[in-house]
Design a protein around this ligand. Structure first.
Ligand SMILES: [Zn+2]
Length: 290
């Protein structure tokens, strides 16, 4: 019963995400005006706005003018529903699940707005990063980023131990508790690392190819993912995203010829990788960093 409820909740959120995907990249409000057919302008009635079902009942066409409706709508609703359901099954009904609902919703908007508009809106990446940092205080960013950094070398160890100790002794430490503070530091490291790696990759690409390969959007997006994931899982996300992008790119070249000029949306692949790792990250990390 609760699983069915979670799935339905996901599809309803997904229906709202569709509005965000269409309006945020064009800097429009997601509240006003009400949803309407882009072709004839007819308002969508509440009974025609039921996630997934309405699309099937209307056979993908507007009730007023018969223009076909993008298949993106039911796909986003179904994907959000499934992701929510899997989060519930994986993490139980805890704050952790809520954290991944937030991350998953943001990622789904990014995945589709990168396909549709080649844009990764700040409304998701900037506020998402802040949400990730905030949630790290309540949900442990559990990959021990700080202890991993400490293990790298002695100078880092001295630096981080001093910083951690003085933070724990400060008012923030008293107020938040040192565990939360450790988690927040891990989240912050993840954000800087994710954004930083993408920035370096972009610069490297520019040096080699003399053209813009990665935008600011990709950098901010990985900052957001890093704030939720911490150091290690962010690294794995970039690896998996690049792998997915290359595999799809090669398949594309085989089918459409060598001079495929169409630039693949990197943000979409990073987003898909992060969705997978939000659910399967634990065992994968355990395998890679035993
Ligand atoms: Zn219409």
């Amino acid at each position: 019963m609760i699983n069915l409820f979670t799935f339905i909740l996901g599809t309803v959120i997904g229906s709202f995400l569709n509005v965000c995907i269409l309006r945020w990249p064009q800097d429009q409000s997601v509240v006003k005006p009400r949803s309407h057919c882009p072709q004839c302008g007819a308002l969508i009635k509440a009974y025609d706005n039921v996630p997934i079902l309405s699309y099937l009942i209307l056979k993908g066409r507007c009730r007023a003018c018969g223009t076909s409706i993008s298949v993106m709508y039911p796909v986003v609703e179904l994907l959000t529903g499934l992701f929510f359901l899997l989060c519930g099954l994986r993490f139980g009904y805890t704050l952790e699940t809520l954290k991944y609902f937030v991350l998953g919703s943001g990622l789904i908007v990014l995945i589709f707005s990168d396909i549709k508009f080649r844009l990764l809106p700040d409304q998701v990446t900037i506020y998402g990063t802040l949400m990730g940092l905030f949630l790290s205080l309540k949900v442990w960013v559990g990959d021990d980023s700080i202890r991993f950094l400490i293990s790298l070398n002695q100078h880092a160890q001295i630096f981080f131990e001093r910083t951690a100790r003085s933070l724990a002794d400060s008012w923030a430490g008293n107020y938040l508790g040192s565990e939360s503070l450790y988690s927040l530091l891990g989240s912050l490291c993840g954000a800087l690392f994710g954004g930083g790696i993408l920035f370096l990759l972009g610069e490297l690409y520019y040096l080699l190819r003399k053209e813009e390969g990665l935008g600011m959007g990709d950098i901010k997006m990985m900052g957001m993912v890093g704030a939720f994931f911490g150091l290690k899982l962010t690294f794995v996300t970039i690896m998996l995203g690049s792998l997915l992008g290359s595999v799809i790119g090669v398949i594309g070249m085989l089918f459409f010829g060598r001079d495929m000029k169409y630039q693949l949306p990197f943000g979409t692949f990073l987003g898909i990788a992060a969705l997978i790792l939000a659910l399967a990250g634990g065992p994968i990390l355990h395998f890679l960093f035993p």
